[in-house]
Design a protein around this ligand. Sequence first.
Ligand SMILES: [Zn+2]
Length: 349
Amino acid sequence: MKAKTDLSQIKQIPIIDVAKRLGIEVRGTKAMCFMGHDKSSPSLSFSVSYNNWRCFGACGKRGDGLNLVMEKEGLDFNAALEWFAINFSVDVMRQFRGQRKQTRSLKSQKAEVAQQVQKQSEFFSDTELYTWFIDKCAVVSNPIGVNYLVSHGISDEAASCFNLRQMSNPAYAFSMLVQQWGEDRVYRCGIAWGSDGKPKSLIWGSYALLFPFYDQGKITYIQARMFEQGPKFLNLRGITKPLFNADRLNSLTAGPTVYLCEGVPDVVSLESKGLIALGVLGATSFRAEWVDQFLKFKVVILGDGDDGGAKFARDISKYFMDRGKPVECMRLPKGKDVSDVLAQNGSVK
Ligand SMILES: [Zn+2]
């Protein structure tokens, strides 16, 4: 018994009303993009006549009201329908689910919204769960992952040293996680889609190459390289992005050159060649207090050869300039990443 989904009611809700309800600060028909890449000028644009939205900035995302809710809140289709049911009293759920669900009273709806808002802020870095999960995942053996490592100049030793793993079966991994840690923890560690403390599926919907982040020897974060459609790299939901390879500087004495890279694989590539590298997951995730640990080294900021890379180098170097610490900015040739340059020259020079 599959009820026909009637989305006409949702499609009629003005897009700007949807955006405002999501907490996006709309000015006229513009807003700072919810993906967090906007620094000064807003790149998110709303069309009142088409009742849709589009980002003209880095993420390039676009869609209708339903897509906006899914993207902004990280919800799947059903959870997004539920969001409309709660926020706009659209009864599409009843149609969608047949008679299974009674319409809730306004009071219980409001309580649910409040709870949801609270839950959103309750994501936390779950070292114990991440460690358990990474241990359960196999070392990289699938040709997709192996080819990626080879083409990025990542040696077997480096892959093992950085404890790179693969996740091949999202549904199985998800059920194992829930069984071991319970729904609440799986949801709150940022590894799952879902809402209201209820995880629905892993954020990684297909084969993924996993890069664990270590801090003081403990896993505090995981980034995934995806290979099917959608974003190439996936970050955890709601978790502050740490430095990649953060422990590297602990054992070093003053002097050597440290490369600060835009991408995690670049770090592993450089380390494969015996260089010292750390990764930053986007300039906006950099924190001023991180500068301290770099003061006794020569710092080279390595940006990609595109506009984003130039901005990355500029933004990061500001943090160092504020502390009177000179840094060197290097740009990779356009369209090349570290591994291309390493393959050519054997060093980043
Ligand atoms: Zn955007």
